[in-house]
Design a protein around this ligand. Structure first.
Ligand code: PLP
Length: 401
């Protein structure tokens, strides 16, 4: 047997791993209720028509079917600068932006540019799992800091401070958060920025869900940061409903502290050629065209969030904090204490086999601060959510008898 690389051996992705047993059941003719997929286009959400048309239009220009500039088309960079001016009162130069193949590639390239073996990066617990995975892939160590469930999953600022070491190369914020749906308070953001400034560590702020909010404003970290360096990730997958187009971007905010990392990032960007060319053209139209789909999406999600929050809290053995943005809910399985299941993955698989409802186990988002929870998406229509939670209720009653 030819061996795979050591660094590939620990790679697993909870969100997609649970799909394998679900597919087996589907093959046997069972209907699965999917509450596991963080992709709005798999539910009753679709890309706005004018953005789709812009994609087709782009294909009519020969050069747009060719490679794009490595950092992205200038018109897209200009449109991003404009969005930042209007939304966040930020004044970015186009040189401080790079368009990538989704936020995922921004994250890969940034960590490739910043981490040496055994470096550390502070990551919220629970987190979007790619942060841990890509850190491991760079032979560095993801260090989870606690988010406080009782406070709607706000970051525990004292824990952030406690976990800083002389190898810490970044403090990650995900705001709004996947998997908890938390929107971080201005106070928590400022306190974390202050810690970062004190220890001269950049903040890495993932704001891919920034306009998917239900009741409260989301503050861009960089807009509160002053002189503290902030690297922001954003993209089109969620707010513009084009996850399959794979377009994201990175914004560098600093007074020279990040010159070396930014230079490394841009060299890596050139070495991987470019992000998808025609999709970039359509993303210009996405930023410049009508934005009314955003409030329409949020209205639907708010109704589903309200229902999910109330209904889940009625179920014996389950309790949940209220998400404020994104499209996830992260309930606690209080009944884990009773020793019915070995762990939260066992719970998710038991539910899947018994009731054909598919969730993702919380430990996949953080083995310390995510365990004994599950993540559900609030993207399905109300009747599907209702059916899924009724089945969960029935399952809990049966197991807790
Ligand atoms: N960041 C967060 C917090 C996410 O939840 C996701 C996808 O679920 C991504 C990044 C991936 O974004 P992209 O599709 O732009 O690669």
């Amino acid at each position: 047997m030819i061996k795979s690389a050591k660094r590939s051996q620990g790679v697993s992705y909870a969100i997609r791993d649970v799909v394998i047993p679900a597919k087996k059941l589907e093959k046997q003719g069972k209907k699965i209720l999917h509450l596991n997929i963080g992709d709005p286009n798999k539910y009753d959400f679709d890309t706005p028509q004018h953005i789709k048309e812009a994609l087709y239009e782009a294909t009519k220009t020969a050069s747009f079917n060719g490679y794009a500039p490595s950092e992205g088309y200038p018109e897209l960079l200009d449109a991003i600068v404009e969005r930042e001016k209007i939304r966040n009162k930020m004044d970015y130069k186009t040189d401080d932006i790079c368009v990538t193949t989704g936020v995922t590639e921004s994250l890969q390239m940034l960590l490739n540019a910043s981490l040496d073996p055994n470096d550390e990066i502070l990551i919220p617990g629970p987190t979007y799992p790619q942060y841990n995975l890509i850190t491991w892939f760079n032979d560095a160590l993801p260090i989870s800091y606690r988010c406080i469930e009782e406070e709607g999953w706000q970051p525990d600022v004292d824990d952030v401070r406690r976990k800083i070491s002389n190898r810490t190369k970044g403090i990650v914020l995900i705001n709004p958060n996947n998997p908890t749906g938390a929107i971080y308070s201005k106070k928590a953001l400022k306190e974390i920025i202050d810690i970062a400034g004190e220890y001269h560590i950049p903040v890495i702020s993932d704001e891919i869900y920034d306009d998917m909010v239900f009741d409260k404003k989301q503050y861009a970290t960089a807009s509160l940061a002053g002189d503290v360096p902030v690297i922001t990730f954003n993209g089109f997958s969620k707010v513009y409903l084009v996850p399959g187009w794979r377009i994201g971007y990175v914004l560098f905010h600093h007074n020279g502290d990040l010159d070396e990392i930014q230079d490394a990032f841009m060299r890596i960007a050139r070495s991987r050629l470019c992000a998808n060319s025609v999709c970039q053209r359509a993303c210009i139209a996405a930023l410049k065209g009508p934005q009314n789909h955003i409030s329409e999406v949020n209205d639907k999600l708010r109704e589903r969030r309200d229902f999910a929050y109330e209904r889940l809290n009625e179920i014996e053995g389950i309790s949940t904090a209220k998400p404020e943005g994104a499209f996830y809910i992260f309930p606690r399985i209080d009944a884990m204490k009773q020793g019915i299941w070995k762990n939260d993955k066992d719970f998710v698989l038991d539910l899947l086999h018994d009731q054909q409802v598919l969730l993702v186990h919380g430990s996949g988002f953080c083995s310390t601060y995510g365990k004994n929870h599950f993540r559900a998406v609030i993207l399905p229509k109300m009747d599907v959510l209702e059916e899924a939670f009724t089945k969960l209720d029935k399952f809990m009653k049966k197991r807790l008898k």
